[in-house]
Write a protein that binds this ligand. Sequence first.
Ligand code: GCB
Length: 602
Amino acid sequence: EQPLIKLKPQRTSSRDLVNLDGLWKFTLASGANDTAQPWTAPFPRGALECPVPASYNDIFVDRDIRDHVGWVYYQREVFVPKGWSKEQYFVRAESATHHGRIYVNDRLLAEHVGGYTSFEADITEFVTAGEKFRLTIGVNNELTHETIPPGKIEIGESTGKRIQTYNHDFYNYAGLSRSIWLYSVPRQHIEDITVSTDVDGETGLINYNIKVAKNSTENIKISVIDEEGAVVATASGAQGTVKINSVKLWQPGAAYLYQFQANIVDGRKVVDTYSVATGVRTVKIDGSKFLINGKPFYFTGFGRHEDTSVRGKGHDQAYMVHDFQLMDWIGANSFRTSHYPYAEEVMDFADRQGIVVIDETPAVGLNIALLGVSGTEVPKTWSEENINNNTQKAHKQAIRELISRDKNHASVVMWSIANEPASAEEGAREYFEPLAKLTRELDPTRPITFANVGGATSESDLISDLFDVSCLNRYFGWYSETGDLEEAEPALVKELQSWEKKFNRPIIMTEYGAYTIAGLHSALGLPWSEEFQEDMLAMYHRVFDTIESMAGEHVWNFADFQTSLGTKRVDGNKKGVFTRDRQPKMAAHGLKARWTNMTTSG
Ligand code: GCB
């Protein structure tokens, strides 16, 4: 059985890769029932050109493109390098949001549903090395009640046009927002590597399991190489444990990565080589403490988004590095990949930077009541018409793909399998019990959680005992007790105390914050102003410091971000501590003072 998400392409002595980013020709399907097959021919001269990686929505000055619901197509010519005649080669899309198809010339070679994980087409039999082919990638942005995340397509009353609606608070950016690769592997190759680490005194242990492609020899040699390039341990065989003496641990804020290099060997020849950057560390929960390497870890940082102006969710190295710099500046030691898996480059970078990650699936918006549905009859979330067995199937797949992709990252210390589901509604337990079980089966080494919604209290929530950490999103002082911090404070105290009392385990506030218009000031500290954001965060911190089980605080949000159109959002959600172009709001300075002080004093 093939791994769900294949190893990220790598250039090694046995593997090659060609980056296909750049300007691609671009066209929209005219409608849902469009029978044109644009992949069967080169797009006409004069076709639009669209940058990859980028969401396409904000690139063009055209509402028809921005609001398009359905398929779009990207196309370019690609040469397969001459030297690859003995190799096996693939086209890999790091993501296609939310449903992708890879066509090579006239042929459909791969299809994938799920907007934030990679998929690929084996094109070896269809294109000869040294020849060129027409590569078309179709991307569909539709969300239904059976997709993850869920959504709904409505029909405009006058125009008859299709309108995408959804329950989550970020814009449904779509397209090819991550890199596209052409890469080769030898016929006999390593298909998957799973590592997990442990520590025994001064000795680091890397437990590993390697899968090879069929017809490959299983003669496998392992070398573990330290940051100086020295081989510090070796082993052989497809699974086992390698021991590193006097191990240097991967620590939050002080990353150390070994290269776990796996080789398929045939006699004296190395047939294939692949390396996984491996940080040796342990993660454990002990009562109300979240332990990394046996020491209590207190999360400081943010829920974030992949979001910038113009590129939307397009991965961008400049923003990635800059965002990590800002997190370092402000004293953030961690973040949550709210509300979907981020680009793999981000996970690699977090490993190298020693930033701790709570890794989340795209299961956001599984909560119909949050829509603000009016009337007496609130529709049920966990029901045939809304979130049903097929949605659950898609959710399982999203969990499998996330873990398959990110299992080897030292930075990832916990899986979050959903954001703000209707966990107090009847049916939640039936829905979540198998998902929690699946997550633990797939990865017994990391704790699991979900971000609990305000209103699903320690008493009314039906699923929290299935998880290891209480991750709470709370907006006292914003969505309730609006602008009244004197009322909000005791409400927050009461809430946190009730969770602490119910579960002897860590609590992380995974969201708290206030909508803040940069530049808006108020001597009275009224809502929407920079003063209010600052006061509100200070109030939360005062409370957190009195709660023994508190194990972390993630402000919502790192930066302002785009949302769907609505009367409560002015050009998006402005709960950022930084503006969308990454300038600090006033509250950033208070956070910096608090967090940098915490990090140094432990
Ligand atoms: C939440 C959601 C997040 C929203 C945020 C808000 O609870 O998890 O996606 O953006 O509240 O600002 O309303």
